[in-house]
Each structure stands twice: as structure tokens, then as C-alpha cells.
Design a binder for this molecule. Sequence first.
Ligand code: ZN
Ligand code: ZN
Length: 140
Amino acid sequence: MPVVRGSCLCRGVKYEITGPLMRSGHCHCSNCRKAHGAAFRSRARVRVGDFRWVQGEELVKYFESSPGFHRGFCSVCGAPIVNRPERTPELGIALGGLDDDPGIRPERHFYAASKAPWFEITDDLPQHAELPPRSEVPGA
Ligand SMILES: [Zn+2]
Ligand SMILES: [Zn+2]
């Protein structure tokens, strides 16, 4: 697959994804809403080995928003970049930071039960009250 490039708002941090983006969706949990200042976080997962820093890794700071879950953001411009869940050898990618079309499209809504009261979900994608176990939702 072609390389998918991404960067932060100030362009100080740049990265490349060289493998498949998986389990893409919109996350409405309160932590994602706070981190993004938005109704939801659009994200996908990539394997750790399919992610490469191009420049600015030293600018990335991590905030542990819940035990074992580290949210990486640019310390200059504040843009969310990559999340590191300790329990899996994957990274969470903020789709809004991508500079190329990743090919995939968000397939579900996660944590729909936690969505902002001022936002209505108006598409037909499946909605999950929380994060469904992988065994229950192939591809999720
Ligand atoms: Zn930046
Ligand atoms: Zn979330």
C-alpha cells in the first residue's frame, strides 16, 4: 500500500504510516472530546511497526488520560498526533492529522452513549454505546 503521511498543525512533527489502517471510527468518549475540542475524535489503529517518525518526535509529549493510555500531542501547537495504549502493540492515529487520503473511511461510532448533548449523529454507521470487544465486531 502507498505510504500515508501525517503532520501536526505547526508542521514540526511529521510521520509516515506504511501498513494498513484498521478499526476506523468516530470516538465520542469524553476524553476524546476534551482532547480534540470537538464533538468526536476520528481515529484508526496502525501496528507499531507500520508507523515511522519523519521529524519532530522530540516535540511529542504524552498525557496519560486513563491508566495505560497515553495521548501524544505536539508540545508546540497542541495538535493530537498518536495515542499509545499499553495493552496492544498498536497506535491510535488521529485521522484529522493526515495529509494523504488513507483510503479507509470511518465505519462506526464508538462511545455513542457519551456523545455531546449538542451533537446529533445523522449518518447510518453502526453506533456502539462503548468500545465493543474485538471478538464481537470484526474490524472494529
Ligand atoms: Zn506542532
Ligand atoms: Zn475516545
